[in-house]
Design a protein around this ligand. Structure first.
Ligand code: MOS
Length: 728
């Protein structure tokens, strides 16, 4: 690589999508204006389990502007959703096994049972509420508390460890001179992306174009092609801008399929944006959990036993299990470890992944328990963690590819001023507030996904990068533009990045904090091929100038995994590499949170007043967008800690707070200044040394808050969210 220009990787390059977003030029899935567009809305079942015996749609049809009311009585047949299997990655797009509008059966309270198409969204929504449905109801169970004893041990899959054992943790626990044995609960959560799930669908000559707010255009294409029984090449999915997703737009929910179905039935372009209530009814959220976390230690603080077990609920019609106990495998060097996840199915909508699925709530239990253990030991919570910092992955002795958690704690404690903390609970006060300081570790595994990338360099010095990856608001296109600019020795402004479209080479979905590294791996490989093909520059010459001098107008190169829909060979090769990597190393981003809370001693009102976190996320591609991602994770963690819960009435199976007025996400007034720092040390085994920053920020946050609350008040809370009624 020629080095005539300072690199952009590691700097705070402005986001390429910033101007379009701030001026309203960015078009989201429900903003594509096709001639003759009609608008759709869903009718949701009001029973939890049953069979539809009659539907009266006359009143709905008579609403002025209504074009069609489609139910299971007249909907065209769709193929049932495929069973998810990690061996055919695109099948992971199945959100639920229910073939909505192709069955009279109802499997969850809120299941879409009709789609209404009208000339305006208002008419569609009004008419959708006028559909009258009669049901034969069937017995159900949606009561997690009542069913959790019926949970089954979960088996480890190709993608996650649901259990693990080293030594005899229970015996060591019983013999330990110091110990804690605690029970934690965490509620359901929803993602609450600013942009609701939305789709615009158009059929032309049997071919389907879909603008969808999603995290994986390739998966959406594969799912729709399967459901409608058409070749994948006849489906195009476009998703250039997504207004937040957090895992909630990874699987394909019924709204997307039914919008395409409505377009097919009416022969018109159809647009549907779910209402905020609709997001809760027709898309799934996080599993509720109950967790046992037990620690045994010697008096010097060395852990002898670590037990982490969890029980969580999925839907009977589908749901991704969160890796709640996986943190127990990695964080502390206990001599004896046992972790095991359990799962129970309920008659609810499928659960799904949501930012750091598993680690976010598993770390709440582990990192709260470490704090309580520190008090039992009479030691500083940072010191206890440092005494148990492992050299190798605790449960199986695999090497860490890279780990600087100790450095994160040292830098964080120093910058926060941790040494000024007085350990006694209720010992710090300021102007009537009880003040508490808390700390917790952050930890999230680093993944790589398949990605195919094409890069083109023109003799005029412009570069075009093409890959069907996703921009959910995190700065993905900017980061890849920086990587290409540096590799091809052009200014950042000369690079155009095309993404979010199935017409591009198949990219990874945005998920698992894996996108930046995954695309970077193929992008850097493609750039290397390209520069080799261009030839060696003379002194002071750029690659583009070499092209011009040698009479070529452009050069192009591709790299990737050859993973496309239906290309099983690429997926098998990719998986083989993945498992080989997993056998060799443990790879993860980690970090240390430090926070201050203030609690009103009379009302229990909790304010988080200060936050500082130091992360080891490998090499940082863009310092500004990275800090934003990590800060965003912490903000979402504040909601997890203090206010957020999806309330499902176990008697009716219905979610009773499906709105932002009753589901409380953090607002600006809830969020203090958040000081985010990164060590910026590349992981030698990851592309460019990148570990990913989408999810590590939220892990540990709830525990840090709980620990600070305990320090402020002397009360330790074990049940999220940490609301004031539990403090008083
Ligand atoms: Mo994330 S929960 O991997 O979108």
């Amino acid at each position: 690589m020629s080095s005539s220009r300072p690199g952009t990787v590691g700097t705070a390059v402005d986001r390429v999508d910033g101007p379009a977003k701030t001026t309203g030029g960015a078009r989201y899935a429900a903003e594509f204006g096709y001639e003759g567009t009609a608008y759709a809305a869903l009718t949701y079942a009001t029973v939890t389990r049953g069979r539809i015996t009659a539907m009266e749609t006359k009143a709905a049809r008579e609403v002025p502007g209504v074009v069609a009311v489609i139910t299971h009585l007249d909907a065209p047949p769709l193929k049932p959703p495929p069973t998810p299997s990690p061996l055919r990655m695109e099948t992971m797009a199945t959100a639920t096994s229910v073939n909505c509008l192709n069955t009279p059966e109802v499997h969850w309270n809120g299941q879409p049972i009709a789609v209404v198409v009208a000339e305006s969204p208002e008419a569609a929504r009004h008419a959708a509420e006028l559909v009258e449905t009669t049901y034969e109801t069937l017995p159900f169970s949606a009561d997690f508390a009542a069913e959790q004893d019926n949970a089954e041990p979960q088996k480890s899959s190709l993608l996650q460890h649901a259990s693990g054992r080293k030594g005899d943790a229970e015996a060591a626990l019983a013999a330990a001179p110091v110990g804690v044995d605690l029970r934690f609960t965490t509620p359901r959560h929803h993602h609450n992306a600013l942009e609701p799930h939305a789709t615009t669908a158009v059929w032309e000559d049997g071919r389907l174009t879909v603008h969808d707010s999603c995290q994986n255009v390739g998966w959406v294409r594969a799912h729709l092609a399967h459901r409608f029984g058409i070749p994948a090449d006849d489906v195009r999915v476009v998703s250039p801008y997504v207004g937040g997703a957090f895992g909630g737009k990874t699987a394909v929910w019924p709204g997307t399929v039914l919008t395409a179905l409505a377009a097919r039935v009416t022969g018109r372009p159809v647009r549907m944006a779910l209402s905020r209530e609709g997001v809760y009814r027709a898309t799934g959220g996080r599993q509720p959990s109950v967790q046992r976390l037990a620690l045994g230690a010697e008096r010097d603080g060395r852990l002898t036993a670590l037990v982490h077990t969890s029980t969580a609920a999925t839907g009977r019609v589908g749901g991704w299990a969160e890796q709640i106990t996986s943190v127990a495998r990695h964080l502390y060097d206990a001599e004896n470890i046992h972790h095991q996840q359990h799962q129970v199915e309920l008659d609810t909508i499928s659960t799904t992944i949501i930012r750091a699925p598993g680690e976010s709530i598993g770390s709440f239990a582990l990192e709260s328990a470490m704090d309580e253990l520190a008090y039992e030991l009479g030691m500083d919570p940072v010191e206890v963690r440092m005494r148990n910092e492992p050299e190798k992955n605790p449960i199986d002795g695999k090497p860490f590819a890279h780990r600087q958690l100790r450095e994160c704690f040292e830098a964080g404690a120093s910058a926060f001023g941790w040494s000024a903390r007085t350990p006694e609970p209720r010992s710090m006060r300021e102007r009537g507030w009880l003040v508490g300081w808390g700390t917790a570790a952050a930890y999230h595994p680093a993944w790589l996904m398949p990605a195919n990338v094409t890069v083109r360099l023109d003799a005029d010095g412009s570069v075009l990068v093409r890959c069907g990856f996703h921009e959910l608001g995190m700065g993905a296109a900017t980061a890849q533009g920086q990587i290409a600019a540096d590799a091809l020795d052009v200014p950042f402004e000369a690079v155009t990045v095309e993404y979010g479209d199935t017409q591009l080479p198949t990219g990874p979905g945005a998920g698992g904090s894996a996108q930046t590294a995954s695309v970077a791996r193929s992008l850097t490989a493609a750039c290397e091929k390209l520069t080799k093909a261009v030839g060696t520059p003379r002194e002071g010459e750029s690659y583009a100038q070499v092209l011009a001098r040698t009479g070529r107008d452009h050069a192009e190169a591709s790299a990737g995994s050859d993973t496309r829909v239906g290309k099983a060979v690429g997926q098998v090769k990719f998986m083989a590499r993945h498992f080989n990597d997993q056998r060799r190393w443990v790879r993860a981003a980690s970090g240390a949170h430090f926070c201050e809370v203030r609690v009103d001693p009379d009302t229990g009102e909790t304010r988080v007043s200060r936050w500082l976190a130091v992360f080891d996320a490998g090499r940082i591609v863009n310092t500004r967008t990275t800090a934003s991602q990590l800060r965003g994770g912490i903000v979402m963690g504040l909601g997890l800690a203090l206010t957020e819960q999806t309330l499902l009435d176990p008697r009716t199976g219905r979610i009773v707070n499906p709105s932002l007025s009753e589901y409380h996400v953090p607002v600006h007034a809830d969020v203090p200044p958040i000081d985010v720092r990164c060590l910026d040390a590349p992981d030698p085994t990851m592309p460019l040394g990148v570990l990913g920053v989408g999810e590590v920020g939220i892990t540990g946050v709830a525990a840090a808050v709980a620990n600070a609350l305990h320090h402020a008040t002397g009360r330790r809370l074990y049940d999220l969210p940490l609301t004031l009624d539990k403090l008083l």
